[in-house]
Design a protein around this ligand. Structure first.
Ligand SMILES: Nc1ncnc2c1ncn2[C@@H]1O[C@H](COP(=O)(O)OP(=O)(O)OP(=O)(O)O)[C@@H](O)[C@H]1O
Ligand SMILES: [Mg+2]
Length: 337
């Protein structure tokens, strides 16, 4: 029997005693109420069993939330932490593709969903696992969507985790609101932005959202920030680069004949300025890296493919900062609905 908008188990919850004395409809209602109660209890348990819960938001789409969510989870897991990712993007869930879990099959037992296991042992749960045809657009009516999210949060058997990273669709609509009201003990919100003005402006909305639902803003990450160019030239010689936008960069090769410069593809530092303006912590910059795009497409995240590279190193710095902020922030108790 379905216990909510999403049905994913074959009903070994049936309680024959009640069924024999109640009509089918009453039994269904009781079953639903019972499921809801169990779900609420599990959500309350998650407060203790999952040490850190971090929501990843952005005002604008396509700025790299999912890439950053996966990167944060992988970086934490590489430190030996037990980590989960919850992909709440109902209409465009893409975490499974980024972590090569498209073919994953979920194990369901006694009404609980067991997450798929991704690289570095990350536990992954995504709305994509519940959608039968990935090419069909999913249209959810409001209340059904909210019910599905709550069911999704309360029915997953995460076990004990050091950190749960929650990836959202862009904006601050129903999904983050529902999660913030359903899941107790959320540490706060990480806001992903790119350096362009429009993305930065939209970050304000995410910050205001966090304030409205009384969640701490852990800070702002500036993604796709600068593209590193390297090359060689005779030691100590000057190098001129005609960069896009009519910009000319003058540099000098070092004593080994190497040169390196950062090309600000969009521009850089805007996220840092915005964080300062909005009085929230700045968590760091992730460079623009074509390897990130390839990794997103072939399921091998840049951090796995090149763990010592500039992108992986930038994630280490961002995670250090996040943990520093989170350890220092007091969590606000949330009433579960
Ligand atoms: N640092 C980066 N360097 C290069 N490409 C990147 C970087 N970060 C993300 N991308 C690419 O940008 C695209 C969008 O990234 P991603 O899907 O993570 O964004 P999103 O904010 O989750 O999008 P949506 O709003 O649709 O959920 C992807 O193709 C991804 O590979
Ligand atoms: Mg995404």
């Amino acid at each position: 029997m379905a216990e909510g908008p999403v049905s994913y188990h074959s009903g070994n919850q049936t309680r024959d005693n009640e069924k024999s004395t109640a009509t089918n409809e009453q039994a269904a209602q009781m079953e639903q109420a019972y499921a809801q109660m169990r779900r609420k209890m599990r959500m309350e348990e998650m407060d203790k069993s999952i040490k850190h819960k971090i929501m990843v938001l952005s005002g604008k789409g396509g700025v790299g939330k999912s890439t950053v969510s996966a990167g944060l989870a992988l970086t934490l897991a590489r430190r030996g932490m037990s980590v989960g990712i919850m992909d709440i993007d109902i209409t465009g869930p893409n975490i499974p593709k980024m972590l090569a879990l498209e073919e994953a099959e979920l194990h369901v037992e006694e009404g609980q969903i067991f997450p798929a296991i991704g690289p570095e042992g990350i536990k992954v749960i995504s709305m994509a696992f519940l959608i039968e045809d990935p090419d069909k657009p999913v249209i959810w009516r409001g209340p059904i969507k909210l019910g599905a999210i709550q069911q999704f949060i309360g029915d997953v058997a995460w076990g004990k985790l050091d950190a749960l990273i929650i990836d959202f669709p862009p904006g601050t609509s129903d999904e983050p609101l529902t999660v913030s009201q359903s899941l107790p003990g959320i540490d706060g919100v990480v806001i992903v932005t790119t350096p362009q003005e429009v993305a930065l402006l939209d970050s304000r909305k995410s910050i205001n959202f966090a304030k409205t639902v009384s969640l701490p803003v852990i800070g702002v990450v500036e993604n796709m920030s600068g593209y590193t160019l390297t090359g060689s030239a005779p030691a100590g010689s000057s190098v001129t680069i005609d960069a896009p936008g009519g910009v000319t960069l003058e540099l000098e090769s070092d004593e080994n004949g190497r040169w390196e410069t950062v090309l600000d593809v969009f521009k850089s530092g805007g996220g840092e300025e915005a964080a300062k303006d909005l009085e929230v912590p700045f968590l760091g910059k992730i460079p623009f890296d074509p390897g990130v795009v390839r990794g997103g497409d072939d399921g091998v995240h840049r951090i796995i493919a090149d763990p010592e590279g500039a992108t992986a190193r930038s994630f280490v710095d961002v995670v250090d900062k996040i943990m520093e902020v989170v350890e220092a922030t007091e969590r606000t108790p949330v009433n579960i609905r």
